[in-house]
Design a binder for this molecule. Structure first.
Ligand code: SF4
Length: 351
C-alpha cells in the first residue's frame, strides 16, 4: 500500500493513518502549492463542480487547474447513445465562465463501440492536449468479443463502462503527454463517502496509477478526493454561493448527473428518460433486444420504466438537456439561484 509522506501535506494537516475511515479525516489535505498541474475529473455533475469551486475559494492559481471531461459516447457517431447530449457543452461553458482550461478525451467509438465489440481489440483513446488532439492505446489489448452490458458491480473489470470509458481514458491521456514528465500532478475525483458503502472505502488521498517516480519518467501523480467527506448539503451550499446553475438533468429531477441511460437507473429515471428522450430510450431498449442481454438480469429497461413514475418535467428543460448546445446561464445572481428539484433526489449509480 502507498505510504503517506509528510512532505506532501500542509503543515497544519496531520498525515492520515491509512487505517482510519475516510469520513474521520475530513481535515486532511495535500499541500496544493507543491503541484505543477491540478487535473479535475469533471463530469459536469454537482460533485465535480464543488471540487472546482472549492479550489477557487482556496485561491489556487487558475493556470494550474485543468478540467478533464471524458465523453462517454465518443465523437464518432451521430447522436448520443447513453449520455445527455448537453453535457459536453455544459462543461465547456462552465469552464469558460470561470476562465479555466478544459480538455476532452474519449474512447474512440464510445460506449456503443465497446458494447458491440466483436472479435476485436479495445479501441484507442483520443484526448485533447495543448498541442491538439492525440490518439494512443488500443494496440496491446486482447482480441475479444463483448456484446454484453456492463455488470452492476463495483468491480471495474466487469463494470467496464466506468473502467474503459473513464478511468482508463484518463490514465492513457496522462501517460502519453510528455508535459507531465518530471512534474508533480494532482488528479482530483469527486467520489463521496456518503454516496455508497463502496465509495466510503475510498481513500481521500493516494497514489494515482500513473505515478511513475522512477528516473526515466519521474512523474509524481497523486489522487485527491477533496469532497470525499462532504455531505449533499455542503455540495449544494458551495454551488449556491457561486450562483452556479446546475446541469439541466438536476432540474428535470435526476439526483445525479451521470449518463442519461445509466445502467444503475432507477425505475423512475427510466420512466422519465422514456418521456424526455423517447428515441434514446428506444435505442437502448432495442439494443437489449438485439444483444439478447438486458442491463438488469431480471427485467428490461421497458419493464423497469413501467415500474417507475416519470418526474414532472417541463418541455423547455427537456429541450435544453437534449440539445448539443447549452444556451442557458452558468451563473446567476445569488438571489435568483434555485435549488434544482432533483438536488436531494434518487442517488442511483456509482459514477
Ligand atoms: S454513469 Fe452509469 S452507464 Fe455511465 S459510465 Fe457510469 S456506471 Fe456506466
Amino acid at each position: 500500500m502507498f505510504q503517506y509522506t509528510l512532505d506532501i501535506f500542509s503543515e497544519s494537516a496531520p498525515a492520515p493513518a491509512s487505517t482510519l475511515g475516510p469520513v474521520s479525516v475530513p481535515f486532511f489535505e495535500p499541500d496544493l502549492a507543491r503541484y505543477d498541474h491540478i487535473l479535475v475529473a469533471f463530469s459536469g455533475g454537482k460533485d465535480s463542480i464543488a471540487m472546482v469551486l472549492d479550489l477557487i475559494e482556496r485561491g489556487i492559481d487558475p493556470g494550474k487547474i485543468e478540467l478533464w471531461h471524458h465523453d462517454i459516447d465518443g465523437r464518432e457517431h451521430v447522436g448520443n447513445f447513453m449520455d445527455w447530449p448537453v453535457t459536453a457543452d455544459y462543461c465547456r461553458k462552465f469552464a469558460a465562465a470561470f476562465n479555466l482550461r478544459i480538455y476532452f478525451s474519449w474512447r474512440i467509438g464510445g460506449f456503443r463501440r465497446e458494447l458491440l465489440k466483436d472479435n476485436a481489440m479495445i479501441a484507442p483513446v483520443a484526448f485533447e492536449t495543448p498541442e491538439g488532439v492525440k490518439v494512443a492505446g488500443g494496440e496491446r489489448g486482447k482480441i475479444a468479443t463483448r456484446r454484453r452490458w456492463p455488470a452492476l458491480t463495483p468491480d471495474l473489470r466487469v463494470r467496464w463502462c466506468s473502467g474503459s470509458l473513464k478511468v482508463d481514458v484518463m490514465s492513457i491521456a496522462i501517460n502519453n503527454q510528455d508535459r507531465f514528465r518530471g512534474k508533480r500532478v494532482l488528479v482530483m475525483t469527486g467520489e463521496r463517502a456518503s454516496e455508497s458503502a463502496n465509495r466510503a472505502k475510498y481513500l481521500p488521498f493516494e497514489n494515482h496509477r500513473c505515478n511513475a517516480p522512477g528516473q526515466r519518467v519521474n512523474r509524481t501523480v497523486h489522487v485527491w478526493r477533496s469532497v470525499h467527506a462532504w455531505s449533499d448539503e455542503e455540495v449544494w451550499a458551495i454551488i449556491q454561493r457561486f450562483g452556479v446553475v446546475a446541469h439541466p438533468c438536476y432540474h428535470l429531477g435526476w439526483g445525479r448527473a451521470s449518463c442519461a441511460g445509466c445502467i444503475y437507473g432507477s425505475p423512475s429515471q427510466w420512466a422519465s428518460l422514456r418521456v424526455a428522450a423517447p428515441e434514446m430510450f428506444g435505442v437502448i431498449s432495442g439494443m437489449e433486444g438485439e444483444l439478447g442481454h438486458t442491463i438488469r438480469r431480471d427485467e428490461t429497461v421497458t419493464q423497469r420504466a413501467d415500474r417507475g413514475r416519470a418526474y414532472d418535467m417541463d418541455a423547455e428543460t427537456i429541450r435544453v438537456a437534449m440539445s448539443r448546445t447549452y444556451d442557458g446561464p452558468i451563473r446567476v445572481a445569488p438571489a435568483d439561484w434555485l435549488l434544482p428539484k432533483g438536488a436531494y433526489g434518487e442517488n442511483a449509480g456509482p459514477c
